[in-house]
Structures are given as structure tokens and as C-alpha cells.
Design a protein around this ligand. Structure first.
Ligand code: A2P
Length: 359
């Protein structure tokens, strides 16, 4: 399968070169072909969603990218080297930067809206059916687009809705959650977004299998994607298998073990420095990051690594020209140790008391 894809990419880029030389005189064709070729920059690989859409296997993660200029430069670099999938969220507070960059690429004709797979997410403070559309519309305005390709319910629990305060707390410092979060009602509003053309597809994030099962029993449009923390130390094999059986594509956030979180005081394991990973990397003449990402996509899982460094973000999408052997895949599978890095209980103090707390 992977070899077939590499062959296809190789053949397409050769054909692209031929077509380009044949049509030099025609400006429109040249623009179209340039765009086509730029889509092939580092090759890409797609997974099929249950609604017929294709999601690029590697996406550009934008959480914790708070320096506007740095993100803008990084996004430019990412689009330049071939990223066609951007993962955003209302709560990352940087959708306006993504919008600015995308608008620049669209208006100069370097890319078309349909070239990009754009995801964003319903915030935890918007977990009420009547707020779903409002929050997506705010994201669309910031992103400067008419629709997103995928809208995700960011977390399964909700907070009290306090206008102008996305993070309400109680007097004792705990998070002011809304214990009546109603998934079925929220999902109905999510389905309406598809009917309105505001999102091409809908899914969930940080949900557990039981929560997804309930949704599946009570929906018109089944979720097509589950985004979860997933890396070599937290492979969540049962949940991934459950999603596979239910035709839900899984997306891995923190695929490199989220070393950037250490800046926020969170202890993170040195996945890229693991001796076993380093050995495999040496064998394939790749970096540890490339091995960790290739391991994930070779299991049929989308990965959305974050990097604002042009060299590293280029590395992270340059993983389509090799295949990890079954033996090395097993070594990487065996690194699993159920180690969750992102601690929701510290992000939302007291959230473990919410009836929909997922872990
Ligand atoms: P930087 O932005 O300086 O490249 P994750 O996606 O698992 O959350 O990991 C993101 C973190 O990993 C960021 O701190 C990022 O730092 C770092 N990172 C991303 N790609 C690489 C890479 N190829 N090699 C080393 N570190 C990387």
C-alpha cells in the first residue's frame, strides 16, 4: 500500500514536470500547474473518512503557538513544503493568524481553499446546543473561510457559559463546570452545521469509547474522526481498534510526546531520546521524530505534530519515502506504557468530578 502510494506520488510529480513544460505559454495553466506541483512538494498520504472526504495523514498542529510572527512564518514555511492539513481550535487563540496566512495564499492564487484540509474545534465553554453555531461562526470569521473541513467537539465535558469568560472558576479556585453537558443535543447542533455547509464533516476529541458508543446510537451523521493524545508511550490500542471497527479515523495529538509542554511546567518523557527509537532512526537514516511519526501513520492514524521551526516542520512531513519493517513496528508498538502526558485535571481543576470526565 505504502509502496504503491510512493510510486503514485513519484509518477504524478514526473507527469507534473512534463505538463509544466508543455504549457509554459498559458498563464492560467502555469498557475494551476504550479499549485498542483506545490501540492506535491514532499508528497503526502491521505486517509479516507466515512463521508467520502480524504484527510492528509500529516497535519500542522497549532496548539501553544502564541507568538504571532513566529506562527505566521512557520505556517508559510509549512505550506511551502507541502502541508495541506492545519489543525486549529478556538481555544488556541491563534485562529486569526492562521486566517491571515491562508488568506494570503488564497488571494495570491498559490493555493485554493479546496487544497487545504482545515480543522477547528468547539471550545469547552461552548458545550451547549445553542452555542455550537455561534462558536463555529466566530472561528470561521477568524480563519477567514466560509467552511471548515472538520469541526470537532474539543472535549466531552462542558463549562458554565459566562459571556466574555471562557474559563470560569468558582470561589475555591476549581473550574465552574456545567454538570448537565448533553452530548446528544450538542451532536444534533453539530449535524446541523453540515447541513448548513459550515463544516464538511464532524467529529470528537478526547472522548472515550463509551461516549462515542452513545453518540453512534443516537445520531444521523456518525463522527468521522476522533482526536486523542497518542504517541509511542500512549497508544490507546483498544480505543483505536474500537474506532477502526466503527469507521472513525483517529488523529494523534502530541505524537512526539509533546516536549514543548515542559515550558508550561509539565513533566514530559524524552520519547525522541529513547535508545530504541534512536537505533531504529539510525537504521533508516531518519530522525527519531520521523520514526515516531511514521510509526503512527503506518498504523493508519493521522498525526498533527507541532513545530515552529522550519527545518523540523519540514522533517516532520518528509516521512513518505520509507516504510518501517514489521519487526521494527513491533518494537515501537511495545513501547506503549499507558503514559498520558496532558493532564486535564491540572488544566481544569476539579474536572474529574464532571459526569463526562473521560479518563
Ligand atoms: P519546535 O517548535 O521548537 O520544533 P508534539 O507535536 O508531540 O506536541 O511536539 C511538539 C514539540 O516537539 C515542540 O516543542 C517542537 O519544538 C518539538 N518538535 C517538533 N518537531 C520536532 C523534530 N522533528 N525534532 C525535534 N523536536 C521537534
Amino acid at each position: 500500500m505504502v509502496y504503491y502510494l510512493s510510486l503514485l506520488i513519484h509518477t504524478r510529480s514526473r507527469l507534473g514536470g512534463l505538463v509544466q513544460s508543455l504549457t509554459k505559454s498559458n498563464n492560467n495553466s502555469v498557475t494551476a500547474i504550479r499549485r498542483y506541483l506545490s501540492n506535491q512538494t514532499l508528497g503526502n498520504m491521505y486517509f479516507d473518512l466515512n463521508n467520502g472526504l480524504k484527510i492528509p495523514a500529516i497535519g500542522y498542529g497549532t496548539w501553544l503557538s502564541n507568538d504571532e510572527q513566529e506562527l505566521e512564518n512557520a505556517l508559510d514555511a509549512a505550506l511551502e513544503v507541502g502541508y495541506r492539513h492545519i489543525d486549529a481550535a478556538f481555544v488556541y487563540l491563534n485562529e486569526h493568524v492562521i486566517g491571515r496566512v491562508l488568506n494570503k495564499w488564497f488571494t495570491t492564487g498559490k493555493l485554493k481553499r479546496e487544497d487545504i484540509f482545515l480543522t477547528t474545534k468547539l471550545p469547552v465553554c461552548g458545550m451547549r446546543p445553542e452555542l455550537v453555531q455561534k462558536y463555529l461562526k466566530e472561528s470561521l470569521a477568524s480563519l477567514q473561510v466560509d467552511y471548515v473541513d472538520l469541526y470537532l467537539v474539543h472535549v466531552p465535558f462542558g463549562l458554565k457559559h459566562v459571556e466574555g469568560n471562557t474559563y470560569p472558576t468558582r470561589e475555591d479556585g476549581t473550574i465552574d463546570f456545567d454538570a448537565n453537558t448533553n452530548h446528544a443535543a450538542i451532536w444534533k447542533s453539530m449535524e446541523e452545521l453540515v447541513g448548513l455547509g459550515l463544516s464538511k464533516s464532524i467529529g470528537v476529541s478526547n472522548f472515550n469509547a463509551d461516549q462515542i458508543s452513545r453518540l453512534l446510537k443516537n445520531c444521523k451523521i456518525p463522527p468521522c474522526n476522533l482526536q486523542i493524545e497518542h504517541h509511542a508511550y500512549l497508544q490507546q490500542k483498544d480505543l483505536v481498534q474500537f474506532c477502526k471497527e466503527n469507521k472513525i479515523v483517529v488523529t494523534a495529538y502530541s505524537p512526539l510526546g509533546s516536549p514543548g509542554l515542559s515550558k508550561l511546567g509539565t513533566q514530559t518523557p524524552d520519547l525522541m531520546g529513547h535508545e530504541g527509537v534512536k537505533e531504529i532512526a539510525e537504521k533508516y537514516n531518519k530522525t527519531s521524530a520521523q520514526i515516531l511519526l511514521r510509526h503512527i501513520i503506518q498504523k493508519g492514524i493521522v498525526a498533527i505534530p507541532k513545530s515552529t521551526n522550519p527545518e523540523r516542520l519540514k522533517q516532520n512531513i518528509d516521512i513518505f519515502d520509507f516504510k518501517i519493517s514489521d519487526e521494527d513496528m513491533k518494537t515501537l508498538n511495545d513501547l506503549d506504557r499507558n503514559l498520558r502526558i496532558l493532564n486535564f485535571k491540572s488544566l481544569f481543576k476539579g474536572i474529574e468530578n464532571h459526569p463526562e470526565y473521560p479518563f
